[in-house]
Design a protein around this ligand. Structure first.
Ligand code: 3PG
Length: 209
């Protein structure tokens, strides 16, 4: 198993966001992402298959750093950790959720879309955050406006991200990486076209500012 760099934000320029209905797709999908160069893989807890998918990737794809996304409550933290998730992502946060994430000792990215939410996380010692939903919440201009008041914060903008739009985010000094699902188009995943997923992942992995 590869070690997680000091931050999950530093593994690759893009964290793929995975929504899976069939846990059996998880291993070949994760292998395709890793082969393309995207080692951090966020599997969202939005489907009944998610926990089994995380468990399978944790057990069978040691080169991947598998995490759980759409973590909404303390119980999600527990089931994700028990399945082998190595990081946690949420679209938002509450004090109870951040308490549970901190208690898990796993790296975590709570979600924010306002300056007040950033301040709330700073009060709790959290300086790495998901910015969600990035495009709808103000996109590049909004994040740029957060650089000056919050120079210590690093963001992973996610939500509405595309291969064409990502570089403008990656150029911002407060963006460490971006998240998105564009390298996992439904038709490719549905057809188990892992070669296409790998190619899209490789293009995403090559993105930089
Ligand atoms: C998420 O949970 O981060 C989003 O669903 C991913 O957003 P995208 O599908 O618009 O890339």
């Amino acid at each position: 198993m590869n070690a997680v760099p000091s931050s999950v934000l530093d593994i690759a320029p893009v964290i793929p966001v995975v929504v899976l209905d069939d846990a059996e797709q998880a291993v070949p999908l994760a292998r395709a992402l890793v082969a393309g160069g995207l080692r951090a893989v966020e599997i969202t807890l939005r489907t009944p298959a998610a926990v089994d998918a995380i468990r399978a990737v944790a057990a069978e794809v040691p080169e991947a750093v598998v995490g759980a996304g759409t973590v909404l409550r303390a119980a999600d933290v527990e089931r994700a950790a028990e399945a082998g998730a190595r990081f946690l992502v949420s679209p938002g946060w509450t004090p109870a959720l951040v308490d549970a994430m901190q208690k898990s000792n796993l790296p975590f990215l709570p979600g924010v879309s306002t300056a007040s939410e950033v301040v709330g996380l700073l009060e709790r010692g959290v300086t790495e955050m998901k910015f969600f939903p990035a495009e709808a919440a103000g996109g590049v201009p909004y994040l740029k406006a957060l650089v000056s008041p919050f120079p210590q914060v690093r963001f992973c903008p996610t939500g509405g991200m595309t291969a064409a739009g990502a570089p403008a985010y990656l150029r911002l000094p407060n963006v460490a990486c971006v998240g998105g699902s564009w390298m996992l188009p439904a038709d490719a995943v549905g057809a188990r076209d892992w070669g296409r997923v790998e190619k899209l992942a490789a293009e995403a992995a090559a993105l930089s500012s």
